[in-house]
Design a protein around this ligand. Structure first.
Ligand code: ADP
Length: 395
């Protein structure tokens, strides 16, 4: 095994990782992709190689893997055992929030960590865990350089009108603006469009990142000009457990009339709404699509309705649409959801090729469709590896 770069995506109960081998002529090569999930409850380590062959699948001791730091220890031990003589050239982290200041990936320092910690209230469910992983690597591998790659950076450079929140200036000076997220996913898609779909790569494209978190991004000539996520990751589309766009008066009502506490409202908005809230059954689109209960149907209908509605809004922003791209868990795997969203977007000139759609494309529109529609698997980890390599001079 050659020297390698490690990519980490640390969440509240999971630590996802990828091992990329030192770049060769053809770029980074994925050696392993895995995760430690169930941190604090029923921890488990699993990993596969690039071809899908299992490299690890084991239950871990719940008593000793109570938090993210302990998970980093488990991962470090696994990496040592597996890639013994090889050096870790650098660690790239997914960091959800870079605020207004960090418009590109940045080499991590103690000072940077302190600045990123100030953004925790803006992404309470992600940022603390992202930073804890950086801290844990700092402690254990102080000589290994680390790079923070932000989910917000790709959207910086949007026109002021797309970023502004219509609130008084003194409040906006506290960082209240629209940031947008899933930026690493959109950046990856924008980077492959010229080779996958050259005829529309330089045009007006809407990318639909539909996973358990979901958003849309409007690309003009490969750059983000607007997106549906805003100040936090709660805005825009209906998500697995987050509501998407919600009248702020609802939040006032929850506080003032139903006397919910800030913690209750936070849990409601981040963990109990969206598909789960509407259906009362599941946050997983796979489950809901096969259920006959009216609430499950309404949840799926609302998901599609909201996506189609926001596609219309971004089409207005772009002044028309040349291409539509589906990506992430639902976007890549659910032909049914793609079909429904495309049907609802027919007025824009979207014409679906039913057979290609069932086969997951990559091109799923008919030849005569005015909008060309694609399924392109995202690869946020590769984007992080590329940034890490560039910033650390590994290539
Ligand atoms: P995230 O990275 O935001 O956790 P993913 O992009 O991995 O999410 O997407 C996960 C979601 O994708 C799951 O919750 C599930 O609802 C959905 N999904 C995956 N496969 C399918 C499928 N075949 N049909 C419908 N939904 C699917």
């Amino acid at each position: 095994m050659n020297d390698y770069a490690l990519v980490l995506n640390a969440g509240s109960s999971s630590l996802k990782f990828c091992v990329f081998q030192r770049p060769q002529q053809e770029g980074w090569r994925l050696a392993a992709r895995g995760q430690i999930e169930g941190i604090g409850t029923a921890p488990r380590l699993s990993a596969k190689d690039d071809g899908g062959k299992s490299l690890a699948d084991e239950r871990l001791d719940a008593g000793s893997v109570r938090d993210g730091r302990a998970a980093v220890d488990v991962l470090a031990a696994w990496l040592r055992a597996r890639y013994g003589g090889a050096r870790v050239l650098g660690v790239g982290h997914r960091v959800v929030h870079g605020g207004a200041r960090f418009t590109s990936p940045t080499v991590v320092s103690r000072q940077l960590l302190a600045e990123l910690a100030e953004l925790i209230p803006l992404a309470p469910l992600h940022q603390p865990y992202n930073l804890a992983a950086i801290e844990a690597v700092f402690e254990r591998l102080p000589d290994v350089p680390q790079v923070a790659c932000f989910d917000t950076s790709f959207h910086r450079g949007q026109p002021a009108v797309a970023e502004v929140l219509p609130l008084p200036l003194d409040l906006r000076q506290h960082g209240l603006q629209r940031y947008g997220f899933h930026g690493l996913s959109y950046e990856y898609i924008a980077s492959v469009l010229p080779s996958v779909a050259p005829e529309m790569a330089g045009g007006r494209v809407i990318v639909a990142h539909l996973g358990s978190g979901a958003s849309l991004c409007a690309l003009k000539e490969g750059r983000s000009v607007d997106s549906t996520l805003g100040f936090t990751a709660l805005d825009g589309l209906c998500m697995g457990t987050r509501p998407g766009t919600l009248d702020p008066g609802v939040v006032l009502y929850l506080f003032q009339s139903l006397n919910l506490s800030p913690k209750d409202v936070e849990a409601l908005l981040y963990k109990k709404s969206g598909l789960l809230g509407i259906s009362g059954i599941s946050n997983d689109m796979r489950d809901l699509l096969y259920r006959s209960e009216p609430e499950a149907r309404l949840a799926v209908e609302y998901f599609v309705y909201r996506a189609a509605r926001e596609i219309g809004a971004l089409a207005a922003v772009l002044g028309g649409v040349d291409g539509l791209v589906f990506t992430a868990g639902i976007g890549e795997n659910s032909a049914e959801i793609r079909r429904r969203i495309c049907m609802a977007s027919g007025w824009l000139g979207v014409e679906l090729d039913a057979e290609e759609n069932v086969g997951h494309g990559p091109r799923i529109s008919t030849r005569q469709s005015r909008v060309s529609v694609w399924v392109i698997p995202t690869n946020e980890e590769l984007m992080i590896a590329r940034h890490t390599g560039t910033l650390l001079g590994l290539r």
